[in-house]
Write a protein that binds this ligand. Structure first.
Ligand code: SUG
Length: 447
C-alpha cells in the first residue's frame, strides 16, 4: 500500500570547533587545507542559509545538532586525567593530532550520520535508522553514539521508528552511512530500490580494491544494514564503486553520484560494473523507468568533478514534479562544470534548474551541500509523529542565527583547540541549543 510521503532533509548544524586539521587521508580538500584558519561562525551561518533557502522553497528542513567537542570522555578513555584544562594541555603537548581528532566538528556532514530506510521499503513498515560507525577515521568513529541519541530523541515513537546500534567498529564493517546509499523510487511514498555502493569487500580478496587511498565502506557493512532494516531482495542492490575513482579522491560515493526519484546522476567513472548496476536497479524499480544521466569524462574530467563537487549536489523534486540541482558555488568557478550545468538544464531532461549555494567553509574540508544533509522520507503520519522542534521555521532560523552570533568565534587555528575557554564556550552553546531544539540531555556533559 502506498501513502503520501515527503523527503525531509536533516542538515548538520556546524559546531563551534569547526577547523581544518587535515584528518582525512583520501579526502583531497581536507589534506590540502590543513592548518588553514577556519571561521566557525561563517560556517554555521552558511549552513543555516542553505537550510533557509530550501525551507523557503517548501522543502521540509530539519536540523541535527553538533556534538560536544573537544570530547573529554574520549581523552579520559585514552588515559588522560586531571581537570579538563590539565587534560587539554597534556594532549596538546603529547599528541596534537589526537587533540584535533577529538575537537573536530565533523558530525556536520550528516550524510555520514546514518543510513535511513523509509517505511515503504522495510519488512515491518517502520522507518529504520542505523548510525554509521565511521570506523575508517578516528575523529569520525566517535560520532555514532551521540548521533544515535539525537536520532532517538527526534524519532521516538517505536510504532513508526526503529533504531539500530552502529555496526561493529572495525574496518571489515566500515560503514559511512547515507553517503554510500541512494534510494530510487517512483515517488517518496512508493516502495523503492536502495542502492548500496561499497568501496571494497572485506572478506573476498578476489574483488579489486583501491591501492592508494582507503575504501571506507565495505560490502559486508552494506549487507548488514540491509538485513537490519528488513530490506528484501527486491528492495536492495549492492554495487562496487570504481576503485580507481577512490584512488583519485572520491572517498564516498556521493562525491561522484547522486540519485533522487527515478533519476541517477553520475560520472562515467563512478562504478566498477555500471551495466550490471543499471540492469539490477531497472529490474527492481517498480512503477517507473530509471533515468540514468551519465556525465562523460570528455565533458567533465574527474579532476573537475572532485574539485567542484558537482555530484555532491542535492537533487530535489520540485512541487511541479521536476528536479532541482542544488550545487556548491565551486561548480560555477570551474569552466567545464559550469558549461555542463548550462547544457544539462537546456537538454530537456528531468533536471530543470540549478541553484548555487555558498558552503565554502565546509567545502574546504571536503563537504558539499549533499554531505551536509541526511535524507529521511516520511509519510504524513510519520512526519506528524516526529519531534517538531528540530524543523526549521522562520522563528527557529532567526533564533539559531542569534545563537550562532552569540556563541561562535570567527577564527580558529589548530593552536586554539587546546584553549579551555573553547571547551567552555562550546558546552554553554550546546546546552542552550538542546533547550532551543527541545532535545533533552543528549550530551555527555549534561548527564
Ligand atoms: O569524512 N572531512 C569529512 C568530509 C565528509 C564528507 N561527507 C560526504 N562526502 N558525505 C570526511 O572526510 C575533514 C576534517 C579535517 O580534516 O579537519 C573531514 O573529516
Amino acid at each position: 500500500m502506498s501513502r503520501h510521503a515527503i523527503e525531509a532533509n536533516f542538515d548538520g548544524l556546524v559546531g563551534p570547533t569547526h577547523n581544518y586539521a587535515g584528518l582525512s587521508w583520501g579526502n583531497v580538500a581536507s589534506k590540502s587545507n590543513v592548518n588553514a584558519v577556519s571561521n566557525p561562525k561563517e560556517a554555521a551561518l552558511q549552513g543555516l542559509q542553505k537550510m533557509k533557502r530550501l525551507a523557503d522553497r517548501g522543502y521540509v528542513q530539519g536540523i541535527l545538532p553538533p556534538h560536544e567537542r573537544p570530547h573529554i570522555p574520549t581523552l579520559k578513555a585514552l588515559g588522560f586525567s586531571g581537570s579538563d584544562a590539565d587534560i587539554l594541555k597534556a594532549v596538546a603537548a603529547e599528541n596534537p593530532v589526537v587533540l584535533a581528532a577529538i575537537a573536530s566538528a565533523s558530525c556536520m556532514w550528516t550524510a555520514n550520520a546514518a543510513t535511513v530506510s523509509p517505511s515503504a521499503d522495510t519488512a515491518d513498515r517502520r522507518v529504520h535508522f542505523t548510525p554509521a560507525n565511521l570506523s575508517a577515521k578516528f575523529h569520525r568513529s566517535i560520532e555514532h553514539e551521540v548521533t544515535g541519541r539525537a536520532l532517538k530523541s527526534i524519532f521516538t515513537d517505536e510504532a513508526y521508528f526503529a533504531h539500530h546500534h552502529a555496526l561493529p567498529s572495525v574496518s571489515q564493517f566500515g560503514d559511512e552511512g547515507a553517503a554510500n546509499h541512494t534510494r530510487l523510487c517512483s515517488a517518496h511514498g512508493e516502495p523503492g530500490v536502495e542502492l548500496f555502493v561499497y568501496g571494497q569487500a572485506a572478506f573476498d580478496e578476489s574483488l579489486p580494491a583501491p591501492v592508494r587511498f582507503p575504501a571506507r565502506q565495505t560490502l559486508e557493512a552494506s549487507q548488514a544494514i540491509a538485513r537490519l532494516h528488513g530490506l528484501t531482495d527486491d528492495h536492495r542492490v549492492f554495487a562496487q564503486q570504481n576503485p580507481a575513482a577512490i584512488d583519485f579522491g572520491v572517498f564516498h560515493n556521493d562525491v561522484i553520484a547522486v540519485g533522487n526519484g527515478n533519476v541517477l546522476f553520475y560520472h562515467e567513472q563512478a562504478f566498477l560494473d555500471e551495466q550490471r548496476l543499471l540492469s539490477d536497479v531497472r529490474s527492481k524499480l517498480k512503477g517507473t523507468q530509471l533515468e540514468a544521466i551519465k556525465v562523460m569524462e570528455s565533458d567533465v574530467p574527474l579532476t573537475d568533478a572532485v574539485a567542484s563537487y558537482l555530484f555532491n549536489s542535492q537533487l530535489l523534486t520540485t512541487p511541479q514534479g521536476d528536479m532541482l540541482l542544488a550545487v556548491p558555488g565551486e561548480c560555477r568557478e570551474i569552466a567545464s562544470v559550469s558549461h555542463f550545468l548550462d547544457r544539462l538544464v537546456a537538454s530537456g531532461g528531468p533536471i530543470k534548474a540549478v541553484e548555487v549555494f555558498d558552503v565554502k567553509q565546509s567545502m574546504r574540508n571536503g563537504g558539499g551541500p549533499a554531505c551536509l544533509r541526511l535524507r529521511v522520507a516520511l509519510t504524513d503520519e510519520e512526519l506528524g509523529a516526529m519531534h517538531p522542534g528540530v524543523l526549521l521555521s522562520d522563528g527557529l532560523f532567526e533564533r539559531l542565527n542569534i545563537w550562532v552570533e552569540g556563541h561562535y568565534r570567527d577564527e580558529l587555528s589548530q593552536a586554539d583547540l587546546a584553549d579551555p575557554m573553547l571547551l567552555d564556550e562550546s558546552r554553554h552553546a550546546l546546552d542552550e541549543l538542546t533547550g532551543i531544539l527541545g532535545l533533552g540531555s543528549i550530551y555527555d556533559f549534561q548527564r
